[in-house]
Design a protein around this ligand. Structure first.
Ligand code: SF4
Length: 101
């Protein structure tokens, strides 16, 4: 293998590492263990919401159909003003849920 060929392969690896780095640069997901997530009863899966603590919760409620959700239809996650700088799961839920009009 020539040096040039090795160099080219390294460049390809480097470029894909850079590309995945850019993907990784998307805002982090809210963790259920984050203080504000705990405070709002946020869960990444609406099915896991604490129905005893939040009796108004319904299985049909999810971030994807919440008025505050900023993600596009079909996105797996999106921004929510209650969790600045992070993303909530489209399937998530929190006690501030408000049905999208
Ligand atoms: S306010 Fe709405 S979009 Fe934001 S975390 Fe709660 S349910 Fe999801």
């Amino acid at each position: 293998m020539t040096t040039r060929r090795v160099f080219m392969m390294q460049s390809v690896v480097g470029a894909s590492a850079l590309a995945s780095g850019l993907v990784m640069a998307a805002p982090a997901m809210v963790a259920e263990t984050d203080a504000n997530a705990k405070g709002l009863g946020y869960v990444a899966d609406t099915a896991k919401a604490d129905g005893k603590k939040y009796p108004k919760h319904a299985a049909t409620q999810a971030c994807a159909n919440c008025a505050l959700y900023q993600g596009k239809a079909g996105d797996a996650a999106g921004a929510c003003p209650l969790f600045a700088g992070k993303q909530v799961s489209a399937k998530g839920w929190c006690s501030a849920y408000a049905k999208k009009a």
